[in-house]
Design a protein around this ligand. Structure first.
Ligand code: MRU
Length: 346
């Protein structure tokens, strides 16, 4: 059961089912405009994920779960085709949108398995996807409690990217921990890094925390080292796009640099992510596919041709050895490794 008090505390819902389709808060337009888009086909959903209308690993997974409902609607309308083959092809289209957030594939693969046992695929998948959404919010609330329990009084936190309500069903992973810690009066300071090139920190994390009345200070990504050198940060708190079975993780580009800096300066690193972010088949980070986005997203428009180019990987890998704790809805894993990760399955 979600506590009413917590729902009142966080009302941001980036993905919902509305009027027989998916309603997405268009995150490209925040914080200037709060615009919702109605997505009524698997093709439109795939494009919306690619274009970052919806982003953040758990939110992408939830959108994909509702996408399975659209896939079932579309496949049923194609009476001349084999339902299962057509349904799976439409899920393949959604899967091709972005490669790094494992929640996308975990949701789609669960839908592929479940549909075989369903009598009424549209109604039953809708019921399942709605539970996937609610479970995500509940997981974040539980993670918030676990994560905050790691902090002492007057904790100073740096968070990177946006791992908030906007990146999930609601409440957030890293920002869920920050929300819970704020309620327990444990926070002295929250810093948010800009998170170039998409500026998820500057645009989205600031917008979210402002709505909740949680004070936050923006820093340029390159300021983190100096802040740590001055002893101004106790914890780096981030989300994840994939967690491997040895505790390696992938998250927004720049997370690895923060983890290396944190090790050097004796700052702790917390990765908060639900178990839907675990790739149960990936023994280590070698299996993670890092998304490369177009160079045009970072290269100024004056530079054309082959002489000046740009490289735009949008995620990086942080090895388990640099992570102090992984927080899931099941609890806190200190100094994560393969043995402790395997114990999560039991
Ligand atoms: O490219 P994005 O905005 O989808 O990247 C998001 C992140 O890297 C988040 O930190 C991650 O998905 C965890 S969100 C709870």
């Amino acid at each position: 059961m979600i506590k009413t008090e917590t729902l009142l505390y966080d009302t941001i819902r980036p993905v919902s089912w509305h009027a027989n389709g998916i309603r997405l808060l268009d995150q490209r337009q925040l914080p200037s405009k709060e615009v919702y888009l109605d997505i009524n086909s698997t093709q439109a959903l795939s494009q919306a994920i690619k274009d970052m209308v919806v982003r953040g690993a758990p939110a992408i997974g939830i959108a994909a779960a509702f996408g399975a409902v659209l896939a079932a609607q579309e496949a049923l309308a194609e009476t001349s085709k084999d339902f299962l083959a057509d349904f799976n092809q439409r899920l393949d289209l959604i899967a091709a949108s972005r490669p790094t957030a494992i929640n996308l594939f975990n949701a789609l693969n669960t839908a592929r398995e479940l549909v075989n046992t369903m009598r009424d695929p549209v109604a039953d998948l809708l019921q399942w996807a709605s539970v996937w959404l609610i479970d995500d919010i509940q997981a974040n609330i539980d993670m918030g409690e676990w994560g905050a329990s790691c902090f002492s009084k007057n904790t100073r936190v740096l968070t990177h990217c946006n791992a908030g309500a906007l990146a999930t069903g609601g409440y957030g992973t890293a920002l869920g921990v920050i929300r819970s810690a704020q309620k327990k009066n444990l926070l002295e300071k929250v810093y948010a890094s800009e998170t170039r090139p998409w500026n998820q920190g500057a645009r989205l994390t600031l917008w979210e925390l402002q709505q909740d009345g949680i004070p936050v200070t923006l820093i340029a990504d390159s300021s983190a080292a100096s802040l740590m050198q001055q002893g101004l940060i106790d914890w780096v708190v981030v989300g994840a796009d994939t967690i491997c079975m040895n505790g390696d993780i992938a998250n927004k580009i720049g997370t690895y640099s923060l983890a290396v800096l944190a090790k050097y300066h004796g700052v702790k690193v917390m990765v908060a992510a639900p178990t839907t972010t675990i790739d149960w088949k990936a023994q280590s980070s070698e299996h993670i596919v890092i998304e490369q986005r177009p160079s045009s997203e970072i290269l100024p428009a004056n530079y054309t041709g082959d002489l000046v180019t740009a490289l735009n990987p949008v995620f990086d890998v942080t090895p388990a050895a640099l992570i102090s704790v992984i927080v899931t809805e099941k609890g806190v894993i200190e100094s994560p490794d393969a043995r402790k990760m395997a114990a999560l399955i039991q």
